[in-house]
Design a protein around this ligand. Sequence first.
Ligand code: 13P
Ligand code: SF4
Length: 308
Amino acid sequence: MDLHQKITELKKQKNAVILAHYYQVPEIQEVADYVGDSLGLSQKAAETDAEMIVFAGVHFMAETAKILNPDKKVLLPDLMAGCSLADSCPPDAFSTLVEAHPDHVVITYVNCSAEVKALSDIICTSSNAEKIVNSVPKDVPIIFAPDKNLGKYIQKKTGRKMLLWDGACIVHEAFSMDKLLKLYKEHPGSKIIAHPESESHILETATYIGSTAGMIDYVKKHPAEKFIVATEAGILHKMQQEVPQAVLIPAPAEEDNTCACSECAFMKMNTLQKLYDCLLHETPQIEVSEEIRKKAILPIERMLELSK
Ligand code: 13P
Ligand code: SF4
């Protein structure tokens, strides 16, 4: 049996579900029960009746699944799979900001630690951020953390002035404007689509801005076109599968690297072998203290409720 078959057998035996993000390597996406964006993955984690969740994504995603499922084993193939954006918001510093603004509602992007979630009022993802911000009465001030690029984009969309945390994702800040414009000239008539974690000058070039799932849906609606895709390159696998006739070109990164695009080193830490090993040995597991979990679940549940 190859690894794919072994994983399929093992997950049946153990009544496990494999949830994977679009940025995972293709072979992991192929073995997963569900591949989605951060909101879809949280929703699946909230509703699964499997006994065990194997999260093929990064730490904050698996941690969110654990917060929602304290009695289930939640496994992450590589515990070192972190997130630069989550790391840009240390809980102590964030707590100081929150305490200094007791009149503000705290909306936090899901890319953050459980401790930061525990300090928040509502969690959001890139697919529901606008809706979540609009759910707060207009006269109530908002702290938005940790992604300043998503925050700026939502400020513009909603007309709300928000106090922004100065965090960012290294993968989405790696796109080169000069190379993007050069590529666009080489492909006249192509459409640029971008994830809102990208910087505003990149977003200004885009015909569509949305979450990973939103970007895939947009391409599905315009199957015969050519797209320059400004997000982590792992998305191209599912996008091309869904829309085989579309021409997809990854947006170029500033640094010359092997893929000439932008890849998330954290997402790529998970491999099919590590996925198999973690399912077999039921480790590494995600743990969240009950004290933090009880506080962190409230803003996640508010998000899930507002996203129905
Ligand atoms: P979404 O899949 O929710 O768009 O998020 C992208 C991302 O950067 C996940 O880390
Ligand atoms: Fe974090 Fe960026 Fe990687 Fe997403 S792509 S996991 S935001 S570092």
